[in-house]
Design a protein around this ligand. Structure first.
Ligand SMILES: Cc1cc2nc3c(=O)[nH]c(=O)nc-3n(C[C@H](O)[C@H](O)[C@H](O)COP(=O)(O)OP(=O)(O)OC[C@H]3O[C@@H](n4cnc5c(N)ncnc54)[C@H](O)[C@@H]3O)c2cc1C
Length: 715
């Protein structure tokens, strides 16, 4: 904590201590007030302005310092100044005092709370962004929590001070009037509990429920507005129609059928979507062939003198297809039909919030449905770079059709897909140039992660060009050339094939969203709320089409929320939980992450401690000839709670699972360290990372004493 914070804390503590030490509390009792009422009123009659100012200042001090006595002071306001002036002064003084307490709590403690509970606080803050004012209003109306607690707790969120001020003033007004009014009857009041009769508490509770009710009414009005122009069918063919049979759509259909609801799954292209056909599965199959080749090239390192390998690229690609074929039954029409899903192979078009038209070969049919889940996925982004339309390019959709290895391949983009494919093609024998506009590959990861990957890429012969911007494509004497800009200079990069890997755009056009007016986010994906709902409450979206993540496992995760909320949302709705999202990039070295890395922590202002274990020390990694990379763990300062983990190295995607479980279930590094890991395995690296943390937190003083004890025992 900074000096100014300590100074303020000491000042406040001194004032509070003085309040209790001098027993000022006894002036703020009902008895004392009744006793002094005549004298106070006489003073107010002689000095009305001064009396008001002094009263307001005392009120501000009491509420600002969170001292007991605000209730009696409010009554005094009524007794001395009457209902109108009393309400006016108390309303402003209490709000100013509450806001001072709010600001002091924010100044003193928000940093500390952020560093300790950063990620959880983010969730609360997201909620506060949306509904903070309403929530505060409810708390102000219903005197369930002491007001000083609300002031202090709200100070730790990201609620704007001005919002806090006006919502508090408006929210407390009803209570202020009641208490000030009671003060005008002070002579008749015998105890404070008389003010809060059960009837009054009931009225407050009703007032408190009102904003929630108001919120529901606003939601209903909004929903009515979007539905106004549509006619709702009298009955429905399906409970849910799912558009798209990729990762998101398949899981939605699976869950819906599992709970015995009628579900129709529509797919216009291939069951399994991107992941099976053009994404995860083929890319991992390609990586496997490339990796085997890379290992064979290292055979001498393992004492095998000669391990010649001759690549047959067409065979490699046909193996990729046979892997896709082998996985296909998991996502097949047959499997899902057996599970109770109605699968239609055709193109879906939403024609009303409850109707989906499906076009199959030579046929068109309209299905009525209570809810729709859109899981229409994304496609590769093709940038509008001059000349691109004439150059011919590959994307992650089309690269799998190649049967001839590109001689010189330019990979545009340094994200996970670009990196995985660049390394695979380079290992298979292409001369690869990877072009990235930003200063490093894999920019979402910490810089040392990028450095590790870039170093391996360069060692393997990939021309990694960072801070190079593609400006145009030309063909000169039959040769394709990329014009790139670096450091203000133009570079010419000749190539035979171009692979675009610079991001993916959500599929949001051509199937009725525009006609319905389904809202689209700034990032050009379907806008959804925390329940996966679009602006039509019965239309949901999940997976790449809505984001915010573009992974198979996040599409599946969201699908659970979309289907359950679509089916049971009238009774109970679940907010999608994004608190623990892991991912991996399957390059060599592999990169895996869960939770915060250093750059995210810094950007979010989360204070952390770092424990890094280097794999060059790990027995199994040494035995396997993969002794490079690291396990990097961020923990909350002073305790073993894991904030995030990055692993770079062999099997990182597998190793991270232990940390995913640990974070999800609040298992700290101490417990991880106390768990037996099999020797010799790569997973021991996780335990050793926990060991690094433990060593950094060794109780030095205690160990010194123990050492003296052992010295003494040897004497
Ligand atoms: C090269 C590559 C490698 C990847 N590797 C990984 C990885 O290792 N791990 C990982 O987690 N993720 C990976 N991904 C990402 C992953 O593939 C996607 O995040 C995932 O497939 C998204 O699933 P989805 O259901 O949202 O969309 P999709 O799988 O794209 O499915 C959408 C489906 O909707 C259909 N559709 C669209 N419109 C209509 C319509 N009007 N009517 C009927 N059907 C329609 C489409 O035909 C498509 O089949 C990779 C992606 C790529 C490109």
């Amino acid at each position: 904590m900074s000096f100014s914070r300590w100074a303020l804390l000491a000042f406040i503590a001194a004032l509070v201590a003085a309040f209790f030490a001098f027993d000022l509390q006894h002036y703020l009792t009902l008895e004392m007030l009744k006793l002094q009422q005549a004298a106070i009123e006489a003073y107010r009659a002689d000095h009305p302005v001064l009396a008001s100012v002094v009263y307001a200042l005392i009120y501000i001090a009491v509420t600002g310092l969170s001292l007991p006595g605000a209730t009696v002071l409010t009554l005094a306001g009524g007794a001395v100044f009457g209902l109108l002036w009393g309400t006016l002064i108390v309303s402003f003084a209490s709000t100013i005092g509450a806001t001072l307490a709010f600001l002091a709590a924010r100044f003193l403690f928000s940093e500390a709370v952020k560093s300790r509970f950063g990620d959880r606080l983010n969730l609360i803050n997201k909620g506060m962004d949306r509904q903070g004012a309403l929530y505060l209003f409810t708390l102000r109306l219903v005197p369930v929590f002491p007001f000083f607690v609300i002031n202090l707790v709200m100070g730790l969120t990201n609620l704007k001070a001005q919002t806090f001020y006006w919502v508090s003033q408006v929210g407390m007004l009803a209570g202020t009037v009641v208490y000030v009014n009671a003060g005008t009857q002070l002579g008749k009041l015998e105890s404070l509990s008389g003010i809060l009769s059960p009837g009054l508490i009931g009225s407050f509770a009703l007032l408190g429920v009102f904003p929630l009710l108001a919120n529901k009414i606003v939601e209903a009005i909004k929903a009515n507005k979007v539905y106004a122009q549509w006619v709702k069918p009298a009955r429905f063919d399906s409970n849910i129609v799912v558009i798209g049979a990729g990762s998101g759509g398949l899981v939605t259909a699976y869950i819906t059928a599992a709970v015995k609801a009628k579900v129709t799954l529509i797919e216009k292209h291939k069951m399994g979507g991107d992941c099976l056909n053009t994404g995860c599965v083929p890319s991992k199959a390609l990586i496997r062939s490339a990796r085997l080749l890379a290992q064979m090239r290292r055979s001498a390192d393992f004492g095998i003198k000669k391990a010649d390998a001759e690549v047959n690229f067409a065979e490699v690609m046909s193996r990729v297809q046979s892997v896709v074929k082998a996985v296909e039954p998991h996502d097949s029409v047959q499997r899902y039909t057996d599970l109770g899903v109605e699968v239609i192979e055709g193109e879906a078009m939403i024609i009303s919030p409850w109707e989906v038209q499906v076009k199959t070969v030579g046929e068109s049919r309209i299905i009525t449905t209570r809810s729709i889940v859109i899981a229409a996925g994304a496609r590769p982004f093709v940038p509008p770079i001059p000349g691109i339309e004439h150059i011919g390019y590959l994307t992650s959709d089309t690269v799998w059709d190649l049967r001839e290895l590109p001689k010189r391949l330019v990979v545009l983009g340094g994200g996970p897909i670009g990196c995985e494919l660049a390394q695979s093609f380079a290992r298979l024998g292409s001369e690869v140039t990877q072009v990235e506009m930003l200063p490093r590959l894999l920019v979402r990861e910490d810089s040392e992660v990028s450095e590790a990957v870039m170093a391996t890429f360069r060692l393997e012969g990939i021309h990694v060009l960072v801070e190079h911007t593609a400006k145009g494509f030309i063909i000169e004497s039959g040769e394709k050339i990329l014009l790139a800009e670096h450091d203000g200079k133009e570079l010419r990069i000749p190539f035979d094939n171009l692979l675009l890997a610079i991001g993916r755009v959500a599929n949001i056009q051509g199937y009725g969203l525009e006609q319905l007016g389904v809202e689209i986010s700034a990032g050009r994906a379907i806008e959804i709320n925390e329940f996966q709902q679009t602006n039509y409450p019965n239309i949901f979206a999940c997976g790449d089409v809505s984001g915010p993540f573009q992974f198979t496992h996040t599409a599946a995760h969201q699908a659970w929320y979309a289907s359950v909320n679509a089916l049971f949302g009238s009774f109970i709705k679940f907010r999608t939980d994004y608190s623990v999202i892991p991912w991996a990039t399957f390059t060599d070295p592999e990169v895996a992450r869960v939770g915060l890395n250093e750059q995210d922590a810094k950007a979010k202002g989360v204070v952390y401690e770092l424990s890094t274990y280097h794999l060059d020390d790990l027995d199994r990694a040494i035995a396997d000839g993969v002794a490079h990379g690291f396990v990097k763990v961020l923990t909350a300062p002073g305790n073993d709670r894991i904030l995030g983990v990055t692993i770079v190295g062999e099997q990182a995607g597998e190793l991270i699972a232990e940390f995913v479980l640990a974070i999800k279930h609040n298992i700290g590094l101490n417990k991880l360290l106390g768990t037996i890991h099999i020797y010799p395995t790569l997973s021991e690296a996780n335990k050793y990372a926990a060991g690094v943390w433990k060593r950094n937190h060794a109780p030095k003083g205690l160990l010194w004493c123990i050492a003296r004890y052992h010295d003494w025992r040897r004497r």
